[in-house]
Design a protein around this ligand. Sequence first.
Ligand SMILES: *Cc1c(COP(=O)(O)O)cnc(C)c1O
Length: 412
Amino acid sequence: MTQQPTVEPDTSDCADGSLVSPPSSDAYDARTVAVRAGRLYNDTALAPVLWGSSAYVADSFDQARQFAGDVAEPKFYGRNSNPTVSNFEHAMAELEGAEASRAFASGMGAVSAVVLALCSSGDHVVAQSQIYSHTQLFLQAVCPRFGIDATFVDGADPEAFEAAVIPGKTTLVIAESPANPKLTLVDLESFGAIKGPITVVDSTLATPIVQRPLEYGVDLVVHSATKAIAGHNDAILGVVSGSDELIAWIRGFAILQGAVASPFDALNGLRGIRTLPIRVQQQADTALALATMLESHPAVRAVFYPGLESHPQYELAQRQLDLPGGLVTFDLAGGLEAGVGLINRLQLVQRATSLGGPETLVTHPASTTHVGLLPDELAAVGIEGGTIRISCGLEHADDLIADLTRALAPLV
Ligand SMILES: *Cc1c(COP(=O)(O)O)cnc(C)c1O
């Protein structure tokens, strides 16, 4: 039998000999936090445990009453919370440096809950024009029916958000950084300094391994955990993180909204978190290799990748991002026709609309993710017929470069 390793408690700076508390998660690297976090409701299981029960048995009348009064109690009723979902929420909060998190049935569940929980009729929202297309649609098509108006600004202009704030009326300012698909960045330092409205960053493309918006004073960070966090294309999941007070308010709304994360998806989210740092690292390494190849290819007019010096916000990327991420976007010189040909010729890179998983995916934003946008809206966010987005997976970079090079060859 092997001996379990034991950790000698460090009592060196304790005059009375009492044990110092274990190192806080701040002391651990993100790779360690990703492995250690979210184990409160695991019993002795090493792997995340799937708690499928919709309801839980109380010891007594008093306990049942106490559970009913605590909206975050994981062992009461599944729409309020759930032990597996709670483990996932704890892990996300720890990775983001937040007090609390609330998981949702999808990224859009989280985005729409944040807006509807925090805004009332007569309120105003500022969002950037380079925002996830369904967030834009929600703000443009749904919110006005509830008397909530939105103004869209250029997220790459650090002054634009604050300039659009209407004192006393603007309750929420929403950014996405890096933003899909051209990977424009929002300066989180100036964004986090906005006073008055609640500030929200959709950090899906970054994950907490790449940036932690709350460190800049941003109030809430949302993710589609469907993407790199769950990371295996087997979950639809969202999450929002922030202060205890804001998350309690959002949680209260979410219980009525019912966009509750399924325990199975939260399980896959937590399983994904364990390997998130190394997956994000490899995807970023691959993305830089692809971006470098594409930048010197004659069929490619422009490449957009925060890890390239040619990125218009390269300096900001260096300051703000721990890694430049796994997405690469480029414009083909031959426009739409070239794009259709390229996409149809790819053999290893797969045609699917998502990101952050093990498989490298190609997307044509104008006809998929952004198909609902009007021509002038597409132009405003720089999406052309020849714009192609690649989400790097975990295949070897050389194989991906060979596939892309073969598919690009007829275009020169
Ligand atoms: C996918 C995505 C969303 C929406 O997430 P779902 O899980 O699909 O609802 C929101 N924001 C960004 C940046 C995304 O990529």
